[in-house]
Design a protein around this ligand. Structure first.
Ligand code: GN1
Ligand code: MG
Length: 353
């Protein structure tokens, strides 16, 4: 870490380093220097992102586009290393990048009020709206088939059959749950393939902790974690934000009776997202509930597949964490099934479609 931070042109001498625990893939550190400057230093997981060039390329393309259009990018700017590279490769094969900490910013793990969630919805909606004319073909796929749910099912079956760590017999119920929903879970991808929904520039990882809020005004300052910005469906971003932020429990809660969909938060997010992204077509608006359903199911499947593979993708703090994460997603999905009519009604009321 020390070696890495010195590669970037920071002001002052780094004096403290605190690990921030929010993502499951990369490692993020807050560095403070002796002149009071703060920086974020990030270690990129190359097992997940083998092509770091591609993700740095996507970010450069997007910021260039936004600046040309005179839009306020509301994006973090990575620092070039002292020798002009966009990231630093260490001697152990690790990869690092850094940016200046956004002053007075706050990163929430859960919305503390409806207004917080509304602000996040606006930020993600605005992100898509500002990029609506960006030529998507210029973006590289940083993770191939990231939200291709049929492909995620294939990976799950493969993990079950390989049964590398002998866990398949422990999760028969979860596997049955997943397979019973395959047809509905794959519907979005089929709509995408049939051209029924437009391909957009999407963020693809719209957890509330990927928006920075101003500590005082609680207004959104910017969207962060742009590693998975790729061509995708608008409803992926809506859906993933609902799965995480409109759930009444933590993603790894063990007491499943605490897990449900908060319909008021669902409503608020729908309102903010659609308001900030008026370019959403009628078919996209109508597909919002399916987006929430699909992202929740898909994420559950990914946690389950990783549990079967021996926790090689998502980082864990305790042995059964990926299974617990899978179970919360499936519980949330059960609740969505019960509340489906309500979800559709809310979307109709809030979007007019
Ligand atoms: C991962 O690392 P983090 O928390 O930003 C994952 C997302 C999942 C999420 C589940 C690149 O995101 O797709 O939805 O965990 N990111 C990647 O919490 O796989
Ligand atoms: Mg992320």
């Amino acid at each position: 870490m020390k070696e890495a931070i010195y590669q970037f042109p920071v002001h002052g001498k780094p004096v403290t380093c605190e690990q921030l625990k929010s993502g499951h893939i990369n490692e993020t550190y807050l560095i403070t220097t002796d002149c009071g400057e703060k920086y974020i230093l990030q270690w990129i997981n190359r097992h997940v992102f083998p092509n770091v060039e591609a993700l740095m390329h996507n970010m450069a393309e997007i910021s260039a586009f936004l600046q040309l259009g005179g839009e306020n990018p509301a994006m973090i700017r990575y620092l070039d290393t002292r020798d002009g590279q966009s990231y630093y490769n260490d001697r152990q094969g690790g990869c690092w990048r850094a940016y200046r900490f956004v002053d007075n910013s706050l990163c929430l793990q859960r919305p503390e009020s409806r207004e917080d969630f509304l602000e996040c919805a606006r930020a993600f909606g605005r992100f898509q709206y500002t990029l609506r004319n960006f030529p998507v073909e210029r973006l590289e796929e940083t993770i191939i088939d990231f939200h291709n749910t049929p492909e995620r099912y294939r990976q799950l079956r493969q993990a079950e059959q390989a049964d590398r760590v002998g866990r398949a017999s422990l999760v028969q119920e979860e596997l049955r749950f997943a397979y019973a929903r395959q047809e509905r879970g794959c519907r979005l991808q089929h709509m995408r393939e049939l051209g029924l929904l437009p391909i957009r520039v999407t963020h693809n990882d719209t957890k509330i902790n990927n928006v920075l809020l101003d500590q005082d005004s609680r207004r959104a300052l910017c969207v962060i974690d742009l590693d998975t910005v790729m061509p995708g469906l608008a409803v992926f971003d809506f859906g993933d934000a609902i799965r995480f932020g409109a759930s009444t429990a933590e993603e790894d809660e063990r007491d499943l009776s605490k897990v449900s969909l908060d319909l008021e938060l669902f409503r608020v997010f729908t309102r903010g997202f659609v308001e900030a992204c008026p370019s959403l077509s009628r078919s996209e608006r109508q597909a919002l509930p399916l987006g929430a359903y699909t992202m929740t199911l898909e994420c559950g499947i990914r946690f389950l597949a990783d549990y079967l593979e021996g926790d090689r993708y998502f980082s864990i703090d305790r042995p059964e964490q990926n299974l617990d994460r899978c179970r919360t997603q499936f519980q949330l999905l059960r609740d969505m099934e019960e509340k489906w009519m309500e979800m559709e009604r809310i979307v109709k009321q809030e979007t007019g479609c």
